[in-house]
Design a protein around this ligand. Structure first.
Ligand code: ZN
Length: 512
């Protein structure tokens, strides 16, 4: 038992926080009805300290000691202790984004970025989705969905963040994945209907497309024709028109996905009152306004309004670099997508949102009244690499060498432009130029997409990089927190129209 705990508890009950030892993490302190809760930070680990009547305190497991007529428990940060604490403080559990206009997905791949994120989000008026992990990311990092939600929940308690937060089972594709995410405590599901979206239809000639459509059951065709064919839907500042080609494509590419989403809705979303997003961003063809309207309208005909929808917008949203494409055309199409979303009563969701600084002023302006959801792409990992570049440049050079040599590992997982031929050769990077690796587009993408291979690389039954990587990060947590905040603040300032453009946030926040 920590010897001075009784006197600390007396101090807290007396409202005296001025002279507490540094081990008491001050943002975590909660004093209610004569009970006390806080996080104790020792060099090697953090614990929860609880001071309650003996009977309720027995819900916590850990080292116990009677004090006065109550009990002190030093509880490890386990799932069971988290569940007991959530009975006292419901805000440590994830909740729905419903009713929040601006929401932002962070996706902390390594499990140690949420504290810094929460300090940044305090008072911003944006609901953070701290946990946001796809099954692919879980496999690559060796974490479970429950690990991810639990790490975020403890961070929420530690920071005393009571404004609500979300946990997103990101890009789930199968019913069992939906079930797994919900059982792990996710408050939100992002259903990825990629497997039910028939991109190959977009390649067909008009004649071949029409032949497929004419082969559908006549009653099904008659319903679609009566609902859409040669009709124009007025949506305030935009309109959507269906000619035969647009209708046939929309049906044949997307109708299976509508049926899949409706099935998932009936089985999981409605019974569990779950926060629902539908994503089409990882398909090959951009979602046209007619495609989007068709999808949304078919959902509405089935009584389904998702919280958010993620179309595949015009242009390229590659991981960890800025938007690529014609920004004027992006803006014209975003106006229509936004009008569709407002008409049907959900918000647009922008995926792979890390570093898309060129388009954020547009999104911030056009979706200001109705709201938005933005997902970052787990780029806190790159900020972790930036820490390594700063404190141990030769180690980051070795990591880059490995990533560069094994780039074919991830070519099938991600769409990105970086290749060996267009990226710096590892031997040309020196300690003094190592920041190029996290600042320039191509090496940045190599490091970003290779995180799984880097963390899992082994030789002689030892991790090659993993243990040293985490040790460096833990030793320089304050620097990591600073980098994390600068990186995300660039996004938020543009989305909230606090800063006018990319140059302004770069000047304000870029570390070097
Ligand atoms: Zn996505």
């Amino acid at each position: 038992m920590i010897s001075n705990l009784p006197s600390i508890i007396d101090q807290l009950l007396a409202g005296d926080t001025a002279t507490l030892p540094a081990n008491v993490y001050q943002p975590s302190i909660q004093v209610t009805n004569g009970n006390v809760y806080f996080i104790w930070q020792a060099a090697d680990k953090r614990s929860l300290v609880v001071y309650e009547d003996a009977e309720p305190a027995a819900e916590f497991s850990g080292e116990q000691q009677a004090y006065g007529d109550k009990m002190i428990v030093i509880a490890p940060l386990t799932a069971a202790n988290n569940a007991a604490l959530a009975k006292r403080f419901a805000w440590i559990k994830p909740s729905s984004r419903h009713g929040h206009k601006y929401t932002f997905g962070l996706g902390d791949r390594l499990g140690n970025a949420s504290n810094a994120h929460l300090r940044l989000f305090k008072g911003r008026g944006i609901f953070p989705v701290l946990a946001q992990q796809s099954i692919r990311e879980l496999l690559l990092t060796g974490r479970t969905e429950q690990d991810v939600v639990l790490a975020a929940s403890w961070a929420v308690f530690e920071e005393g963040y009571q404004d609500g937060w979300g946990a997103d089972g990101d890009h789930v594709k199968e019913p069992f994945e939906v079930e797994y995410a919900l059982e792990s405590g996710c408050s939100m599901i992002t259903l990825d209907a990629t497997k039910q979206i028939h991109n190959e239809i977009a390649e067909l000639s008009d004649a071949a497309l029409d032949a497929r459509y004419q082969a559908l059951d006549p009653a099904v065709q008659a319903d679609f024709n009566a609902t859409y064919l040669d009709k124009t839907f007025e949506l305030g500042q935009a309109s959507v028109h269906f000619d035969r080609h647009e209708l046939e494509q929309s049906v044949l590419i997307f109708f299976d996905a509508v049926r899949f989403a409706a099935d998932i809705y009936a089985r999981f979303i409605k019974p569990g009152n779950v926060d629902f997003e539908i994503s089409m961003d990882e398909t090959i063809v951009p979602t046209t306004p007619a495609n989007h309207y068709f999808f949304a309208n078919e959902l509405a005909r089935r009584g389904i309004t998702p919280e958010t929808m993620a179309p595949k917008f015009y242009g390229e949203f590659q991981k960890a670099i800025d938007y690529q494409g014609n920004i004027k055309r992006f803006e014209r199409e975003f106006v229509v997508h936004e009008a569709i979303a407002e008409h049907f009563g959900y918000r647009l969701s922008i995926h792979s949102g890390s570093d898309k600084l060129s388009v954020y002023p547009i999104i911030g302006k056009l979706a200001k009244n109705h709201g938005w959801h933005v997902k970052t792409a787990g780029t806190n990992w790159l900020e972790a690499c930036r820490v390594i570049a700063k404190v141990d440049p030769s180690f980051l050079r070795a990591i880059y060498q490995y990533a560069y040599d094994h780039l074919q590992d991830v070519k099938s997982f991600y769409v990105f432009q970086a290749e060996q031929s267009n990226s710096p050769r590892p031997e040309t990077i020196k300690d003094v130029t190592v920041m190029r690796l996290v600042n320039e587009d191509n090496p940045r993408q190599i490091l970003h997409t290779m995180y799984g291979s880097i963390l899992n690389a082994q030789a002689s039954y030892h991790y090659v990089f993993r243990d040293r990587f985490f040790a460096e990060l833990t030793a320089h947590q304050a620097l990591y927190d600073d980098y994390l905040n600068r990186h995300i603040a660039e996004h938020l300032d543009l989305l909230q129209n606090i800063a006018p453009d990319k140059a302004a946030v770069k000047a304000k926040y870029d570390p070097e």
